[in-house]
Design a protein around this ligand. Structure first.
Ligand code: HEC
Ligand code: HEC
Length: 382
C-alpha cells in the first residue's frame, strides 16, 4: 500500500495511527442501544492468541491502552513497516511474544490475588515506561503532590457550593440560560490538527440540538476523516491508511463520551445530561483556579468537568470508557470562547485520548442555520 499524502512520511504518521485507533474505545457490558464491531477478534485478525473472544472494537482499544501504558507507539511492538500495511500487524516478533506473557501474568494476578477484579493493569507497573521503576525515587517522594485525575466518583467537597450553583454560574457566563436554549444548530469551518502531523487540515463542523455532531476533516491521509455522533450511534470514517476498517464503529463508553461532547455543544441542557452531580473540589490547570464538578452518565464511571473560578466557563471535561484491560480516559479542553449571537461558544477544542490529540479550531461559526440531515448520515461502506 503506498502512502504519498502530502509530505507526511509513513514514520511520522505511525503515532497518529495510534491516536486515531486508540479512539476506538468501548465498554464491557455496553449500553444495549450501542452496537460497535462485536465480532470476535479472531474472526477478523490473522494471529490472535492471547485475546481470543475479545470483540474487535475492544481489541483495538487494548492496543491503545498498551501503547499509553508503556509510552510507546504501535510500531514499537509491530515494527515500522506495519505503518500503512495492516496485514503486517499479524507478524510475530519478540515484543509481541513478551506482551502475550504480560497479558497472561496480569490475568493471573487479578484472578489469583484480587478475586478476579481488575486491580492490576499494564499501567500499574509500567507507568508510561518500557521498564518499570524498581527503586523509590526520593526526588519524586519529596516533590509537590501532583494532581491525579480521579477515575471514580468522589464525595461532595466539604464546604463547597452545590454543583447546581457552579452550573448556573457557567450558564450565566456564556450569556444566560435563555440564550443557550435558543441555540439549535452550529455550522462552522475551521482547521484540524492531528498529533505529530505538522500540517493543518481544513475542517467543517456541524452540530444540531440536542446532540448530533460531526467533524469532517478534509483529505487526511488521502481521504476525508469524518467523526460523527448521529444522536444515537458514533463512528469514524477514515482513510484505510489510518485504520484497519474504513468505518470504525464506536461502542459502549466511547459512545457515551461522544454523546456528552455533542450534547455539551448545546449547554442549556447541561443539568440533565448527568446524574449524581457533586462538587469534587478545587483544582488548577496552568495556575488557573478551577472547580471540579462530577456527575455520571452511566452510574459506573465519573465525568469530570472543570469550571474556571474567574470566568465561570467550562474549560475541560474528562470521560472514561471501559476496555478489557483498563479504563480509557478522554479529555476535551475548551477555550477561545467567542460571542456568536450573544452566546459564548468555545472555538478551540483540544481532544486528548490515550495516545492521541487533535486540535479543532472553529474560525467561521454560524448559529441556528439549517443543517442537511445527510451531514450526520453514515457513509456507504467501501
Ligand atoms: C506492547 C506491545 C503492543 C503495542 C504497543 C501495540 N500492539 Fe498490537 N498487538 C500486540 C500483540 C501482543 C498482539 C497479538 C495479541 C493476541 O495474541 O491476541 C497484537 C495484535 C494486533 C493486531 C491484530 C493483528 C492480526 O491480524 O493478528 C492489530 C491490528 C494491532 N495489534 C494493531 C495495533 C495498533 C494499531 C497499535 C497502536 C495503537 C498496537 N497494535 C499497539 C502488541 C502490541
Ligand atoms: C507486575 C508488574 C508488571 C505488569 C502488571 C506488566 N508488566 Fe510488562 N514488564 C514488567 C517488567 C518488570 C518488565 C521487564 C523490564 C525490563 O526488562 O527492563 C516488563 C517488560 C515488558 C515488555 C518488554 C519491554 C522490553 O524492553 O523488551 C513489554 C512489551 C511489556 N512488559 C508489556 C506489558 C503489557 C502490555 C502489560 C499489560 C498487559 C504489562 N507489561 C504488565 C512488569 C510488568
Amino acid at each position: 500500500m503506498k502512502f504519498e499524502s502530502g509530505n507526511t512520511p509513513v514514520r511520522e504518521i505511525t503515532r497518529p495511527f495510534a491516536a486515531l485507533l486508540a479512539c476506538v474505545l468501548s465498554v464491557a457490558g455496553a449500553s444495549a442501544q450501542t452496537r460497535g464491531d462485536t465480532r470476535p477478534a479472531e474472526q477478523v485478525f490473522k494471529n490472535v492468541q492471547a485475546m481470543k473472544g475479545v470483540q474487535v472494537d475492544e481489541y483495538m482499544t487494548t492496543m491503545g491502552f498498551f501503547s499509553a501504558s508503556l509510552g510507546i507507539s504501535c510500531g514499537d511492538c509491530h515494527t515500522d513497516e506495519s505503518g500503512g500495511n495492516w496485514a503486517k500487524y499479524a507478524d510475530d516478533n519478540a515484543m509481541k511474544r513478551r506482551t502475550r506473557t504480560m497479558i497472561a501474568m496480569v490475568n493471573t494476578m487479578n484472578k489469583m490475588f484480587f478475586a478476579g477484579k481488575r486491580q492490576v493493569t499494564c499501567y500499574t507497573c509500567h507507568r508510561g515506561a518500557m521498564s518499570p521503576e524498581i527503586t523509590p525515587d526520593l526526588t519524586q517522594f519529596y516533590a509537590d503532590l501532583r494532581y491525579r485525575e480521579p477515575d471514580r466518583m468522589v464525595k461532595q467537597f466539604p464546604g463547597a457550593p452545590d454543583a447546581g450553583e457552579i452550573l448556573d454560574r457557567y450558564l450565566k457566563a456564556i450569556g444566560g440560560e435563555q440564550k443557550a436554549a435558543e441555540l439549535t444548530s452550529i455550522a462552522a469551518t475551521g482547521t484540524y490538527k492531528a498529533y505529530a502531523i505538522p500540517k493543518q487540515f481544513k475542517m467543517e463542523f456541524y452540530a444540531k440540538a440536542p446532540a448530533q455532531r460531526t467533524v469532517i476533516v478534509r483529505n487526511l491521509a488521502e481521504a476525508d476523516l469524518i467523526d460523527t455522533f448521529d444522536g444515537k450511534e458514533a463512528w469514524i470514517s477514515q482513510s484505510p491508511l489510518l485504520a484497519p476498517f474504513t468505518i470504525t464503529e464506536r461502542s459502549g463508553g466511547e459512545v457515551d463520551g461522544a454523546r456528552l461532547t455533542a450534547a455539551l455543544t448545546f449547554p442549556a441542557q447541561i443539568k440533565k445530561l448527568l446524574t449524581q452531580w457533586r462538587v469534587a473540589g478545587p483544582a488548577a490547570i496552568d495556575d488557573r483556579d478551577l472547580t471540579m464538578v462530577q456527575g455520571t452518565l452511566n452510574g459506573k464511571f465519573p465525568v469530570n468537568l472543570y469550571f474556571d473560578d474567574n470566568s465561570g466557563l467550562l474549560v475541560r471535561t474528562v470521560t472514561y470508557a471501559d476496555s478489557p484491560v483498563g479504563l480509557i480516559p478522554m479529555q476535551v479542553d475548551y477555550s477561545d470562547y467567542r460571542d456568536v449571537n450573544g452566546l459564548k461558544i468555545p472555538c478551540n477544542m483540544i481532544v486528548t485520548w490515550l495516545d492521541g490529540k487533535s486540535v479543532i479550531q472553529l474560525d467561521d461559526v454560524k448559529a441556528n442555520v439549517p443543517i442537511d440531515p445527510s451531514k450526520f448520515a453514515r457513509p456507504a461502506k467501501k
